[in-house]
Write a protein that binds this ligand. Structure first.
Ligand SMILES: [Mg+2]
Length: 186
């Protein structure tokens, strides 16, 4: 089995995550009044606490946010809980990110190279083809898995975000002391 490449922390400047099918299992409950709710994995929440601590320690420096086509406020609610920035109701994610990088990284000739994008469905494909690093949950659309260069073993809504962050932080290479220190600050 070949080991697929994975970015070093200094190879990425931005992590963008789709919401449905990444943070959720892509299912939605709808009540008789049209109110929607979704199920997320608490394991993913700790991932961002660990990432923030690693950032505070100077281990990496990345801009992280959720980018979703879905306009439902449930996305914002989860983003707020995870203390993540969120752009929702975005139909053309590649165009949005092109504009975003033009504004924030005007001197970077190829900003998509340092983008790590996580997506599960066909509307993520245009961004994933352009991103230097494209990650897909285990249950992503087959065409999206084919585009991805990082193939997560966990499914959407079942800890795939946690898996990604732990790989990024090289959790498996940490000593017990380093791991305890990381977790105690989360
Ligand atoms: Mg999705």
């Amino acid at each position: 089995m070949t080991i697929e490449p994975f970015p070093l922390p200094d190879q990425i400047h931005t992590i963008v995550l789709d919401f449905d099918g990444v943070f959720t299992d892509n299912k939605v409950w709808v009540d008789q009044d049209g109110r929607e709710s979704v199920r997320c994995d608490r394991a993913d929440g700790l991932a961002f606490d660990m990432l923030r601590h690693a950032q505070a320690q100077g281990a990496l420096s990345v801009d992280v946010f959720i980018l979703s086509k879905e306009p439902n406020p449930v996305v914002l609610s989860r983003a707020k809980k995870l203390q993540l920035a969120c752009q929702h109701g975005i139909r053309d994610k590649r165009a949005f990110l092109s504009d975003h990088f033009t504004r924030l990284r005007p001197d970077d000739p190829n900003p998509f190279t340092g983008l790590l994008y996580v997506g599960n469905d066909l509307n993520d494909a245009p961004v994933m083809r352009k991103a230097g690093w494209a990650a897909a949950p285990a249950d992503a659309h087959p065409a999206v898995r084919a585009i991805a260069n990082i193939h997560l073993t966990a499914a959407g809504g079942h800890g795939c975000v946690r898996e990604l962050v732990e790989r990024l932080l090289r959790i498996n290479e940490m000593t017990e002391w380093e791991l305890d220190e990381l977790i105690s600050n989360c």
